[in-house]
Design a protein around this ligand. Structure first.
Ligand code: PEP
Length: 260
């Protein structure tokens, strides 16, 4: 059975002190409400906050993730961070291929594929984002876009590794906009991604991959999204910065997990 995984992407927000307080508050609230939880929760703060957030999470079930990496162990790559550095800071996961990185920093599927392979080589589990723009959806190219991204970012990665990945379907038009995909739209794309996984890697790999939905998930819409057969949790931006909203989203995932 696949786990439900809810990850908070803090993006470029907070500082060491406020990040540590938020992580402590989330930890305390989750431990009270979901002791021994049914849902795996991850927090992905900006790099400079990793040590203080790691300290707040020590001994808890909440995992830590980076928001990006550069695919080399070390060297003259000013401003970049490597997988060994993230791992040493306590990260188990890393978000790769986020649409903000693709859009603002020109990241291509080929470059994201290098990052995925680098992360896996260092035992960091990637959360790989993919999703179409509004224009692509309106031109009926949503599936084609996601399939191209899927094949590009996973090129030459074997089925055993793919089975451990998290893929996040994040329609670009839904990120930070307050517009969410309907549960039907989310399920349609998640079902399609599951089919791609199955035809490429076989059914057992396809069934083990966690497919998160991301894009304006909030306390009100999370339950309907997570009730969909192929939606195994969420990648949460804005709402992950508010403890009560994040808690409601984790609770919605826990309820969905109880029903499976
Ligand atoms: C994200 O950044 O991955 C995201 C889904 O953001 P938001 O929830 O704010 O739309």
């Amino acid at each position: 059975m696949r786990p439900y995984i809810v990850a908070g992407n803090w993006k470029m927000n907070l500082d060491a002190r406020s990040g540590q307080s938020l992580a402590s508050e989330i930890r305390a609230t989750l431990e009270q409400t979901h002791p021994g939880g049914l849902v795996r929760v991850l927090l992905c703060p900006p790099f400079p906050l990793l040590p203080s957030v790691a300290e707040a999470l020590t001994g808890s079930d909440i995992g830590l993730g980076g928001q990006n990496l550069y695919p080399a162990d070390n060297g003259a790559f000013t401003g970049e961070v490597s997988a060994p550095m993230l791992a040493a800071a306590g990260c188990s996961h890393v978000i790769l291929g986020h649409s903000e990185r693709r859009g603002y920093f020109g990241e291509t599927d080929a470059f994201i594929n290098k990052k995925v392979r680098h992360a896996l080589a260092h035992k960091l589990l990637p959360i790989i984002c993919m999703g179409e723009t509004l224009e692509q959806r309106e031109q009926d190219k949503a599936r084609q876009t996601v399939e191209t991204q899927f094949r590009g970012v996973l090129k030459d990665i074997d089925g055993d590794s793919v089975g451990n990945l998290i893929l996040a379907y994040e329609p670009v038009w839904a990120i930070g906009t307050g517009k969410t995909a309907t549960p039907k739209q989310a399920q349609e794309m998640h079902g399609f991604i599951r089919t791609l996984l199955s035809s490429t890697y076989g059914d057992s790999v396809a069934q083990s991959v966690v497919l998160q939905y991301g894009g304006s998930v909030n306390a009100d819409n999370a339950a309907d999204l997570f009730a969909q057969e192929d939606v195994d949790g969420g990648l949460i931006g804005g709402a992950s910065l508010r403890t009560q909203d994040f808690l409601s989203i984790v609770t919605a995932a826990a309820e969905a997990a109880k029903r499976t």
